[in-house]
Design a protein around this ligand. Sequence first.
Ligand code: GLU
Length: 437
Amino acid sequence: MSQVRVRFAPSPTGYLHVGGARTALFNWLYARHHGGKFILRIEDTDRSRSTDEAIEQILESMRWLGLDWDELYRQTDRFDVHRRAAEELLRKGAAYEHEGAVWFRIPRTGVTVVEDLLLGRVEFKNSELKDLVILRSDGTPTYNFACVVDDSDMGMTHVIRGDDHLNNTPKQILIYRALGREPPKFAHLPMILGPDKTKLSKRHGAVSVLEYRRRGFLPEALVNFFARLGWSHGDQEIFSREELVELFDLSGVGKSAAVFDEQKLLWINHEWLKRADLPRLARLLADYIVQEGIATPEEVGQLGEGRLLRAAELLRERNKTLVSMAQAARFLFPRELPWPEEARRYLKPELAEPLEKIAASLSACSGFSPEEVEQAVRGGLAELNLPLKAVAQPIRVAITGRTVSPGLFDVISLVGQEQAVSRLRRAAALCRSSETN
Ligand code: GLU
């Protein structure tokens, strides 16, 4: 077989969404698996709806997902080619002019068969298809026509796209034949449904690829998740990009609709956060801390690399996105923490003394590693004859402002001596004041 050539052909009328990204990924994987070429073709012939901003967003989304292309085309650069092909059809009598537009003539009888690689044989009665405009009166080509001319000129061996295009395929096959050209092989991917089994839409939280980036998802997690929308390999869920390239083929694509499940996406993202290279994760955490307005770039810089690395390592255990890691990192910065109501509940009058005591033992520490912190805390508690359990949660709240955090001694060590002591004292004062209230 000749070298595989496949394409992703987005219309730049909006952002790259889940459905488009899945189509792009499947084509990219197919090309990479077979050692072929992946072509990106911007279908911007509908000038009134296409924008440069959308093109830039699509390219940026593809780059971020790591879906590199071998060739890039813009359909508007090829209007002359489309016009010449339309003239050829006019000459052959396969097209006619009407009200300034050029129309393709659909045969009145017979059937057109789509031999789909996924769906099998699908027959369309020509009598149920309608003649279609191929050049608008302003001379611009329509989708079905430009798509055929370009797929054919660009040597596509396979057209892999969503099954919402299945109804276009017989028309496209008829155009290929009228032009005397060989159609590529077609594979129509199953639909993507929301958890309520209706067609996926924004209602289901399905947003643009770049919005997922903003929400703190890793590109490798999205690639893994999109791959599983319609494709499977046994019951494996976690796939690296390299594994996908090795394993992906159309034989693994199912016929039934795929269901988009955001909980699963969160789970997959968490798995990839846990696997991420730590220096990279620390850099990302720094970016999201700034993005979320938790701290300024200067403040993040002042943390120092060691603390940022340690924070990333600890926070990825319990957080499923970079945004939630960034929010959980608020306690790292040297300012007064907002103590939410559910955290304040732990600061009871009888805790004032133990918290003071622990603050005192921590302020006497000469080093502040988690081990040294543990020793100081346990030493203080022994003098008071209190178990750690009695104060662990109040200390956590005092230090992090939250009721859930990484290990207690880790977080105390991470905020540093000065902040730890001052936060414990402030918490003790709050305990006292709740006594007088
Ligand atoms: N521009 C079309 C779309 O975005 C491409 C469809 C196709 O792949 O042929 O839906």
